[in-house]
Ligand binder design. Structure first.
Ligand SMILES: *Cc1c(COP(=O)(O)O)cnc(C)c1O
Length: 231
């Protein structure tokens, strides 16, 4: 069962609750609350839901599909020019130019072919979105992301050889596992490479992620409600 879509008031209230929980989790480990950015994940939700979040000051958003963002976001950008949009879903190389034009951050750089396509497209464009490298910390065959054992080499390729503006790392832990070891592994790889950004933590585990150093948490359901299942 899908519950009814939340109202603007619901969305505003939930955003406030989540910001408070992020702040409490940060303070509990001696971190400044403003060291964590909430990325509000609007995928599948209508533009009105995102506007409700913008109206109460939310500025950073995530979408997982280029085509959906292309449809939904031009009027939202016009309405809120200082909003920032993160791509958090898989990127096909034939959509790289579209993604550069749409997104401020690409969180899912996960293979050499994509990294090279991004490098080539950036060389021909004025757009230079920040890049995060997605690490498949659970080594799940069906999941995107570079394997932990290949992360060092891939980070060097992206940053030093191709020259991408790599700011940090992103992971999605396996659904059925305790997320903390995955967050700790991601933090360890980032530390090794002096990367300041750690995008980790979703609706069910963001407080754990903040305790382990997340600088960005990606939260959808807890703000906008349940999504219909995606194909
Ligand atoms: C959908 C999605 C999220 C948000 O998940 P919720 O559980 O709804 O908070 C975070 N990260 C990625 C990569 C996603 O695709």
């Amino acid at each position: 069962m899908i519950s009814p879509a939340p109202s603007s008031t619901d969305i505003a209230g939930r955003l406030g609750d989540i910001q408070a929980r992020i702040a409490a989790a940060a303070r509990a480990v001696g971190r400044a609350p403003d060291s964590v950015t909430l990325v509000a994940v609007g995928k599948t939700h209508p533009a009105e839901a995102i506007l409700a979040a913008m109206d109460v000051g939310q500025r950073v958003f995530g979408e997982n599909r280029v085509q959906e963002a292309q449809r939904k976001w031009p009027p939202l950008r016009a309405r809120c020019p200082d909003s920032r949009l993160h791509l958090i879903g898989p990127l096909q190389t034939n959509k790289v130019a579209d993604a550069l034009a749409l997104f401020d951050v690409i969180e899912t750089v996960d293979r050499p072919k994509l990294a090279r396509a991004l490098g080539a497209a950036m060389a021909k464009s004025d757009c230079r979105p920040a890049c995060y490298i997605q690490v498949n910390t659970g080594e799940e065959p069906q999941k995107a992301g570079i394997l932990p054992a290949e992360a060092d080499g891939f980070i060097a390729l992206c940053r030093d050889e191709i020259g991408l503006p790599v700011q940090g790392l992103m992971c999605i832990p396996p659904i059925a596992e305790e997320p903390a070891p995955h967050f700790a592994l991601l933090a360890e790889i980032a530390r090794r490479h002096d990367l300041p950004v750690l995008s980790m933590g979703m609706s069910g585990d963001f407080e754990t992620a903040v305790r382990l150093g997340a600088t960005h948490v990606r939260i959808g359901t807890a703000i906008f409600g349940e999504r219909p299942p995606q194909s």
